[in-house]
Design a protein around this ligand. Structure first.
Ligand SMILES: [Zn+2]
Length: 626
C-alpha cells in the first residue's frame, strides 16, 4: 500500500497515493511545485555541498575530508524518501533514474556488516557508536528506513531496499538482545524500524524498536550539555506526562512509541503518548500548531511559555507533529487528531516553503520585529534560526528535505476507509477511489476551501450497498451543517464527526458547509507573552499583520487593534480596525493610564503562510488590544 503508515491493527485503514489523489487547489499546487522545483533544488544543494559525495569518498576506504554536519547523511535519505513517494505517485522516469544513481552511491559506502554512515568508523574518523549523544548514527538509519518503506510500498524490493535491510539487520545485531544497551541522542530509528517491520514483515525490527522505546529514559546517555530531558532520556516514555526537550526528538519518539504500542498491543504505552499529546496541545503549542519555544535547545518550554517572537516552531517539528497526530488518529479512529494536522499543514508546513518551493523557513516565529533583508546570495549558509526571510539552504538543513517528503505524500492525510465507508479528514480538490467491504467506492471532493467553506462530496461509483461517509468537523466550525443526498440538512457540532449513511448511487452529493469567516481569537491568560493581544483566524488559517500593509510605513510594533469590531472581509481580503501610534519616550514604563490616541486605520491582514513573500517586513500574529 503506497502510504507511509500501515498499523498492524486499528479501526481505520490508511489509503495509498494510488487511492487518494489531489486534483488541484492549494495542496495540488504544493505537490506540483514540490515535484517540479523542491526535489531538484534539494538534490542540487546536496551535490553542491558534497553531502552526497561523502558517500562516494567513504566508499574508497581512504581518509577524506567530510562535508557537512554529523547528520547530513539523513538529508540524502529524506530526499530519497521524497523521490520514492513521488515516483510512486507519478512514475516519473527521470526521477527513477536519479533514484537508481543515489542507490548506487549510498550502497557503495555500506560496510560488509551493514554499517552505513559517512561520519564515523572510516580511517581518521572517530569509532562507530562512540558518540551516541550527538553522533546521529541511529537517527540517520531511521530516515534511511523510512525511505526504504516508501520504496518497498511504491516499487517493491530493489537494491535500495536490500541495503536498508542490511542496515536494519546491523542495528539489531549491535543493539539487540545481548548487545549494546544504548539509544541514540536523536530519536527516529524507532519510527523507522517499526514501519520497516510492517513493510517487510520482519518482526525482529519491531522488537528492536520496542527495545529502543523501553530503553529511552533509563539514562543510557550522558548529560550532553542540555540535560537528559533534551533527548527524552530523563523519564521512560510510559511514565512521562508531557512532551519536553528538543521538540523534533520528542515528536519522532512519540510517533515511534505509538507504532510500537499498536503493533505489540501495549495499550498502556499508547495511553501514555495520548496523555502527553493532549497536555502538549493544551499547554505547549502555538496558535499555528507550531511546537517548540526555546531557541537555545530547539525545545519545548514550560507550560504556557509560548513567546511569539521566540516561537521556535521548527518546520521539522511541524512534520513530526503530523507524523504523531496521524498515528494517534489511526490507532484510535478519532478524527479530531486531524484538526492539528490541518492547523500545522496550513500554517507551519505550507508557509515554511516559499511559493516557488526553492527557499524555506527553519524556525517559524509568530512575530518578527525587524524587516530583515533576504539572506546574502553569496553561498554563505545562514544560521537556521536567523532572520525573517526564507533561505535556499542552511548549515543545519533538516527542514527542506523533510518538507519535500511530506508534500510528496500529503494526499494520504485526506482520507481513510473502514468496512462501512470512507472518512474525510482534510478538505481539498481530490479524488478517493478505494475498496469498502470488498467493493469499489469512489468519491470526488470539489471545493475551494478554505477560501470558502463549501465542500461538495460527489459519489462517482458505489459497487456495494449502504455506505457511510464521515466528515471531520473542525473544532472552530461553530454552525457547520451537512446536506445529505436526500436534501436533508443537519446542523453538526464543532469538533465532532458528521456521518452520512445512504445507499449511494453515482452522482449523489453530500454538501458540507463550514463557516469560514474571519474571527478574533484570544489566548488563555496563562500565556503571559501574548496576554492583552488577539489574533485573527479564518477557518484553519492564522492571519498576521505585516508592516508593508501599515499606513506610512509604520512598524507592526506601533499597531493596536479593537477586537470589539469584527474583522471585515472584502474582495477576498481581511481587514481589522486598528490604531497606528507614533510613540516616543525615554522610559517605556509609567502609570496605568490610556496611552493616547493613535491614527485610526483599517489594516489588511494576510495568511501567516504568505508572510515574507513581498519583501522585507516586520510581522506579527498576536496584535495588542488598544
Ligand atoms: Zn528542521
Amino acid at each position: 500500500m503506497t502510504t507511509p503508515v500501515v498499523p498492524g491493527r486499528g479501526p481505520l485503514r490508511p489509503l495509498g497515493l494510488n487511492e487518494v489523489r489531489l486534483t488541484g487547489g492549494h495542496w495540488g499546487e504544493r505537490q506540483a511545485v514540490n515535484a517540479a522545483n523542491t526535489i531538484g533544488h534539494c538534490l542540487h544543494w546536496l551535490e553542491q555541498l558534497g553531502w552526497i559525495d561523502n558517500f562516494t569518498r567513504a566508499a574508497t576506504g581512504a581518509p577524506f575530508e567530510r562535508a557537512g554536519r554529523e547528520f547530513s547523511d539523513s538529508e540524502v535519505y529524506k530526499l530519497a524518501e521524497a523521490m520514492a513517494w513521488e515516483i510512486g505517485r507519478t512514475g516519473d522516469p527521470g526521477l527513477e533514474a536519479r533514484f537508481a544513481e543515489l542507490t548506487a552511491i549510498i550502497g557503495a559506502a555500506q560496510e560488509e556488516d551493514g554499517y552505513l554512515n559517512t561520519m564515523f568508523g572510516h580511517p581518521g574518523q572517530r569509532p562507530r557508536y562512540s558518540e551516541l549523544e550527538w553522533g546521529h548514527e541511529l537517527y540517520c538509519y531511521g530516515h534511511l528506513l523510512q525511505a526504504g518503506v516508501a520504496r518497498l510500498r511504491c516499487y517493491g524490493e530493489d537494491g535500495f531496499t536490500r541495503l536498508c535491510r542490511r542496515a536494519a539487520d546491523h542495528v539489531c545485531d549491535v543493539f539487540g538482545p545481548g548487545g549494546a544497551e544504548k539509544v541514540c541522542g536523536h530519536a527516529e530509528i524507532e519510527v523507522g524500524l517499526a514501519e520497516f517491520a510492517r513493510a517487510t514483515g520482519e518482526t525482529r525490527y519491531l522488537e528492536q524498536a520496542r527495545l529502543f522505546i523501553e530503553r529511552r529514559g533509563t539514562r543510557t546517555l550522558g548529560d550532553g550539555g542540555f540535560g537528559r530531558a533534551y533527548y527524552q532520556d530523563d523519564v521512560p516514555v510510559r511514565e512521562a506526562e508531557v512532551l519536553r526537550g528538543h521538540a523534533v526528538r520528542a515528536l519522532y519518539l512519540s510517533a515511534g512509541a505509538v507504532d510500537v504500542a499498536v503493533d505489540t498491543g501495549d495499550d498502556a504505552l499508547l495511553e501514555a503518548v495520548r496523555r502527553q499529546w493532549d497536555r502538549t496541545l493544551a499547554r505547549r503549542t502555538h496558535l499555528t500548531g507550531g511546537m517548540g519555544s526555546r531557541y537555545i535547545d530547539e525545545a519545548f518550554g514550560p507550560d504556557f511559555a509560548l513567546p511569539p517572537d521566540r516561537a521556535y516552531s521548527e518546520s521539522c517539528a511541524g512534520v513530526a507533529a503530523v507524523m504523531t497526530a496521524w498515528r494517534l488518529m489511526l490507532a484510535t479512529g478519532d478524527l479530531g487528531y486531524s484538526d492539528l494536522i490541518e492547523r500545522v499543514a496550513w500554517n507551519v508546513l505550507s508557509g515554511a516553503a516559499a511559493p516557488d518551493g526553492r527557499s524555506f523557513f527553519y524556525a517559524n516565529p509568530l512575530h518578527v520585529r525587524t524587516a530583515d533583508p533576504l539572506p546574502p546570495g553569496d553561498g554563505a549558509l545562514p544560521h537556521q534560526a536567523a532572520g525573517g526571510q526564507r533561505a535556499p539552504w542552511y548549515d543545519v538543513s533538516c527542514c527542506p528535505t523533510n518538507l519535500a517528503r511530506t508534500f510528496a505524500q500529503f494526499a494520504v492525510y485526506l482520507a481513510t476507509a473502514d468496512e462501512t465507508g470512507v472518512q474525510l479528514h482534510q478538505y481539498a480538490p481530490a479524488s478517493v477511489d478505494t475498496v469498502v467491504g470488498g467493493s469499489r467506492f469512489a468519491l470526488t471532493m470539489v471545493t475551494s476551501y478554505p477560501d470558502d467553506g463549501a465542500v461538495v462530496v460527489r459519489v462517482e461509483a458505489n459497487d456495494g450497498g449502504e455506505r457511510t461517509v464521515s466528515l471531520r468537523i473542525p473544532a472552530w466550525a461553530e454552525g457547520a451543517s451537512v446536506t445529505g443526498p436526500d436534501g436533508t440538512t443537519t446542523e453538526v457540532e464543532a469538533g465532532s464527526t458528521a456521518a452520512v449513511t445512504a445507499d449511494f448511487g453515482p452522482g449523489d452529493e453530500i454538501r458540507l458547509h463550514l463557516p469560514v469567516t474571519a474571527r478574533w481569537t484570544v489566548p488563555d491568560p496563562r500565556i503571559d507573552a501574548v496576554r492583552g493581544c488577539a489574533a485573527v483566524e479564518r477557518g484553519p488559517v492564522v492571519l498576521c499583520a505585516e508592516s508593508i500593509d501599515l499606513p506610512g510605513g509604520a512598524d507592526v510594533a506601533e499597531l493596536t487593534v479593537d477586537a470589539s469590531v469584527p474583522p471585515v472581509e472584502r474582495d477576498g481580503r481581511v481587514f481589522v480596525s486598528a490604531q497606528v501610534h507614533d510613540r516616543d519616550g525615554d522610559w517605556p514604563y509609567g502609570p496605568a493610564t490610556p496611552d493616547g490616541e493613535g491614527k485610526s486605520a483599517e489594516v489588511a491582514l494576510i495568511p501567516f503562510r504568505r508572510r515574507a513573500t513581498r519583501g522585507p517586513a516586520s510581522m506579527r500574529v498576536w496584535l495588542p488590544l488598544g
